[in-house]
Design a protein around this ligand. Structure first.
Ligand code: CDP
Length: 208
C-alpha cells in the first residue's frame, strides 16, 4: 500500500505520515528532507542557492537515509529548501530515488508537496493535510522554540506565508491537492485526533 501525504508547511503532515507508517508497519520517507539536505549541502560548500549545477550535483549525491535532522530542521533551511525545490532540474534529479523508495514490496508512506500529483500518482491513498496559517505558525513557532531558536510568532507566520506562496506558485510540481486526494484539516485537531482521521481515510480507501 502506498500512502501519499501532501500539504503546506507545519500542517502536521510529517507527524501524521510518521504515525501512519508506524501503524501500518510501512517505511516512511519525509521528502522535504531531500530538499533541505540539498540546500544544506550547497550552503556548506559556499555555493549560492541559485547555482543550479551545484544544486543538481548535491541532489544526486544524496542518500535517502542518515540525514542530520538536527541541522536540517532549522527555520532557515526550510526557506532555503523551497528555493532549490523550485528548480525543475533539482526535482528531476530526485524523482527516481523517491519512486524507488515507494516501490518496495509492502509499499510506503511518503510525505511532501507533490507525492500524490507527481511522485506517486497511482498511490492507493492520497491525503492533503492542511490547517489555518495561524495554527500552522503557532505549531512551527513552538517547534522552533523547543529547538532553542530565537523566533517570534509574526516572523514565523510571514515565513510560512512566503514559503507556501513559492511552493504553490512554482511552475514545476507546484504544491496542490491531487484530484483524488482527501483533505484533512487539522486546525482544530490534536495529533491523536489527526491520526485517527487519517486512519479512517486510509480504511475508507483500502481494504486492509
Ligand atoms: O516541514 P515543512 O512542511 O515546513 O517543510 P518540508 O516538508 O521539510 O519541506 C521543505 C521545503 O521543501 C518545502 O517548502 C518545499 O519547497 C520543498 N518540498 C518540495 O518541493 N517537494 C516535496 N515533496 C517536499 C518538500
Amino acid at each position: 500500500m502506498i500512502i501519499a501525504i501532501d500539504g503546506p508547511a507545519a500542517s502536521g503532515k510529517g507527524t501524521i505520515a510518521r504515525r501512519l507508517a508506524a501503524h501500518y508497519r510501512l517505511a516512511h520517507l519525509d521528502t522535504g528532507l531531500l530538499y533541505r539536505a540539498t540546500a544544506a549541502s550547497l550552503l556548506q560548500a559556499d555555493k549560492g542557492l541559485g547555482d543550479v549545477a551545484a544544486a543538481v550535483a548535491a541532489a544526486r549525491g544524496l542518500g535517502l537515509v542518515e540525514f542530520d535532522e538536527e541541522q536540517l530542521r532549522g527555520a532557515g533551511m526550510g526557506e532555503a529548501a523551497s528555493v532549490v525545490a523550485a528548480m525543475p532540474e533539482v526535482r528531476a534529479a530526485l524523482i527516481q530515488a523517491q519512486r524507488d523508495f515507494a516501490s518496495r514490496p509492502r509499499g510506503a508512506v511518503l510525505d511532501g508537496r507533490d507525492i500524490g500529483t507527481v511522485i506517486c500518482p497511482n498511490a492507493d491513498v492520497k491525503i492533503f493535510v492542511t490547517a489555518s496559517p495561524a495554527a500552522r505558525a503557532q505549531r512551527r513557532a513552538l517547534e522552533l522554540m523547543r529547538r532553542g531558536e530565537k523566533i517570534d510568532y509574526a516572523s514565523v507566520l510571514a515565513d510560512i506565508a512566503r514559503r507556501d506562496a513559492r511552493d504553490a506558485e512554482r511552475a514545476d510540481a507546484p504544491m496542490r491537492a491531487a484530484g483524488d486526494a482527501l483533505t484533512l484539516d487539522t486546525t482544530r485537531l490534536d495529533i491523536d485526533a489527526s491520526l485517527a482521521r487519517a486512519i479512517a481515510i486510509v480504511e475508507s480507501r483500502v481494504i486492509t
